[in-house]
Design a protein around this ligand. Structure first.
Ligand code: GLU
Length: 502
């Protein structure tokens, strides 16, 4: 790529960032890094009515949590700033006026409220009202009125907007990196408002002006913006500017595959749709996901690397990502797969770090009994149980018996494995275990196996009831590992206790 790559993520701060938005940011980030380019964050806050306090900070925090920070943006100024459109307000009007003066746009005196009756009237007839070539000469605007009258009305303070004069009967050829070429009959488009009566630009104008001024080379954004592409291309042409390349990313679909993934799907099925918590909605971070897992599954929602590889570090994603492998069709969101990713990334974590995250939970569960463990012990527990876990918050459930002797025993398992002879067999095992000097896994294993053989017993007669005694259930890692870790004294004490109760 000879041209300098500059891409932008341009969210509107109207609420928390949906994971679809995070994916858009991620693809921009990957594309920028792959081409030694710049990743810009631009806050599109021209619509004051939809502005939500805290949303911008949420966006920044989300990108940082995902480890995909922007290079330029609010707080990271460069010569292209400022990066909030509200701080660029003074810039846009002259561009809108420029289009009016060269005949590409016009003043329209009907503002949205006054057009309502036209809309309602059309609706009643089962039609949709479109403001464009077919009626603009009949409506109140600078095309139908004389220059003098237009000027007089503006000077009298009448509300007006600036509309784009969409060319009539042209075939427009659009190019999208993902969808290929698309042809559009411009007669079907409406004359979109570029500049509003409140003195603010609309999304379309501000977006094009800023992409141009910020020298954006590639616009990578969600499919929902595809219908705006024709207008955007026409605007570039009207200004005489070279348009960036466009790439419209496929939608993220519901787990059923039908319809766009929504916040409600997450609520109904119990999975996060936001990277971080927002109000009542739990985010991926708070649900116990690793950011690397989130980035990895998002990368593969809409893009495929061309082979079977599923696990990618961020650097590997940067190296392999390409827009050519982004699909056109929607990507079905699979909540089970996101857990699978977290499971994989949990296995990659080192045991010390996992123990550190587990200790606060453990302290809560054990209350006053915190003296019962030290961090090295916790680390060893974690190393034994982590392969069964997808989240740190599952650790307690999987490991409580390492910290507390079982107080109940699984009924079904007891019925099946606690036979008439069991108490006698297990009481005979006690002195055998007591005699072990070095109570480590291999010694325990050899001693027990030899003893079982010498006594002419079977494994099934000893091991399941022994597990029941130690764990309270038939679950858990290798039994000799558990025994070695809890130690000789605790193992024997559990045996005695169970023999007295079971
Ligand atoms: N502000 C738009 C949004 O909220 C940006 C669309 C674009 O990237 O052009 O998604």
């Amino acid at each position: 790529m000879s041209q300098k790559v500059r891409v932008r993520f341009a969210p509107s701060p109207t609420g928390p960032l949906h994971i679809g938005g995070v994916r858009t940011a991620l693809y921009n980030y990957l594309f920028a890094k792959k081409h030694n380019g710049t990743f810009v964050l631009r806050i599109e806050d021209t619509d004051q009515n939809r502005y939500v306090e805290g949303a911008e900070q949420y966006i920044v925090d989300s990108l940082n949590w995902c480890n995909i920070p922007f290079d330029e943006g609010p707080g990271k100024e460069s010569s292209y700033g400022p990066y909030r459109q509200s701080e660029r307000k003074h810039l846009y009007q002259k561009y809108a006026e420029k289009l009016v003066s060269n005949g590409k746009a016009y003043y329209a005196f009907y503002t949205s409220e006054t057009l309502d009756h036209h809309r309602k009237d059309h609706e009643a007839k089962g039609k949709t009202f479109i403001y464009n070539w077919h009626n603009r000469e009949k409506l109140s605007n600078s095309l139908s009125l004389s220059d003098k009258e237009t000027k007089a009305r503006i000077e009298a303070g009448e509300d007006f907007v600036i509309r784009f004069k969409t060319p009539h009967k042209e075939t427009l050829l659009l190019n999208d990196r993902i969808r290929g070429s698309i042809s559009i009959d411009t007669s079907l488009l409406d004359d979109k408002v570029l500049f509003k009566s409140d003195g603010m630009p609309t999304y379309h104008l501000a977006n094009i002006v800023d992409d141009h001024l910020m020298e954006i080379s590639h616009v990578i954004r969600g499919e929902e913006w595809l219908p705006s592409l024709a207008l955007h291309q026409l605007l570039y042409d009207a200004f005489g500017w070279e348009a960036p390349e466009f790439a419209h990313l496929p939608l993220i679909m519901k787990p059923t595959g039908k319809g766009k993934l929504s916040k409600r799907d997450g609520e109904k099925m119990g999975f996060p749709v936001f990277p971080l918590s927002w109000g009542e909605s739990v985010g991926y971070r708070e649900a116990g996901y690793f950011p690397e897992a989130v980035v990895n599954f998002l990368a593969l929602l809409g893009w495929n690397p061309g082979d079977e590889q599923e696990l990618f570090s961020l650097q590997e994603l940067v190296n392999t990502f390409s827009l050519d492998r982004v699909h056109k069709s929607g990507a079905r969101f699979d909540p089970e797969k996101t857990k699978w990713y977290n499971h994989q990334y949990l296995q990659f974590q080192n045991d010390d770090a996992l123990a550190e995250s587990f200790i606060p939970l453990l302290t809560k569960e054990l209350n006053a009994e915190t003296a019962a463990f030290n961090s090295d012990y916790v680390r060893q527990v974690v190393s034994l149980i982590k392969e069964r876990a997808s989240f740190v918050h599952e650790f307690w459930e999987l490991s409580s018996y390492f910290f507390l002797a079982p107080s109940t025993f699984n009924d079904k398992a007891a019925k099946k494995h606690w036979k008439e002879k069991t108490p006698e067999i297990l009481s005979q095992l006690i002195p055998v275990l007591e005699a072990i000097h070095e109570f480590d896994v291999s010694v325990i294993e050899i001693t027990c196996k030899n003893w079982i053989a010498e006594q002419g017993l079977s494994f099934g007669m000893v091991m399941p009831p022994l597990r029941l005694v130690i764990v309270g259930d038939l679950k858990g890692p290798h039994l000799f590992d558990i025994m070695a870790l809890i130690g000789k004294e605790e193992t024997i004490s559990r045996l005695r206790k169970a023999l007295a109760t079971l």
